[in-house]
Design a protein around this ligand. Sequence first.
Ligand SMILES: Cc1ncc(COP(=O)(O)O)c(C=O)c1O
Length: 415
Amino acid sequence: MATLVSPTTAAGSADALLGTYKRAPMELVRGEGVTLWDAEGNAYLDFTSGIAVNALGYGDAGLVRAIQEGAASGIVHASNLFRTAPGEQLAAWLVERSFASKAFFCNSGAEANEGAFKFARRWARAIAAPPGDELGVFGACAKHEIVSLRGAFHGRTLGVLAATDRPAYRAPFRPLAGGVTIAERDIRELDVVLDGERVAAVIVEPIQGEGGVRVVAPGLLKELRAMTTERRIALVFDEIQCGLGRLGTLFAYETTGVEPDMVTLAKPLAGGLPMGAILVNAEIAAAIKPGDHGTTFGGGPLVAHVANYVLSRLGDPALLAHVRETGAWFGEQLRALGERTGKIRAVRGAGLMWGVDTHESAGAIVERARQAGLLVLTAGEYTLRILPPLVISREDLARGLSVLEGVLTSGAPPK
Ligand SMILES: Cc1ncc(COP(=O)(O)O)c(C=O)c1O
């Protein structure tokens, strides 16, 4: 694998980038398998997958080929005003394997959730508006509210920010979009909040990622399904982080025993190229008309061609079984590590998505792990988040665990 070489002559410097991220100091230049290298030649075992994006790891030969093939057609982009085969194939593949009857493609997770909110409102208006006012030309439709759950993360753009439960992300940008409420993950509260006259949709991450790797109880999801069906509220699963193989099933909803009305996808979908998707059931799809939504780049031939390749891998039953088996083993190892060291308060997760509550600041552990050659994430102040590439072997997981054990037991390095 070649290192990254810029076609421009500009000297690289982080100084020109807007300061929205606190970046780790090393510069990544090369990746292969589950390992990244920095410009100084240091290797890092990656337990982050670019935050759940790089499910196939780095330098996957088929992925590189798919990108080359997609580009070689000459039509990197054609506009959604014209038909192109890769997007149609991708939609058919997703629809065949899910509850959905249609797919819409966009460019990121936040954009997928924004679209799902719009589709829910459009459908709610179609079923609830007074006859003759289906297009809403005469006024607002009461059934328009979106409900999300305590601890949720649905993205940073202005609409979905209102559904993201992170005070620090929200407060500087008030007023947030209206008509969005955050409810406790409690069925009695949801029973009150989910008023069928006012609520169009409830959005749920089956496992909350940024919010601390919190598994939403399957019992709660089942009750939520019954309640939303009865009250004609769309149930939307945000599977942007936990879907597409991460839990050892193609879709996260398959692990819950519940079928949602819409699913949003992004992160691993096009192997690191920007792509999001909204899967929509037949009833909601029927309410969406030309002009209701759109995006210039969504589902273009290059990204869709690459996504077809990625899904051919992520849908492979052998890969999904690998995630289930190694994931279960990994969870046991994390618990054993906690018992051995006394440095872990709780372990949560499924498949290859794990959260580890620590006594010490998670940020400090992430930094020491990085210095020891292991990349891990945080999910809150005292929670580590582990999202390895799905192709990772048990040996590499064990190697990372032993680095993590050393880091947890070493305490803070001397100043
Ligand atoms: C569950 C969930 N939803 C939405 C998003 C937003 O996705 P994006 O960063 O692609 O906009 C994320 C990103 O971390 C996520 O984890």
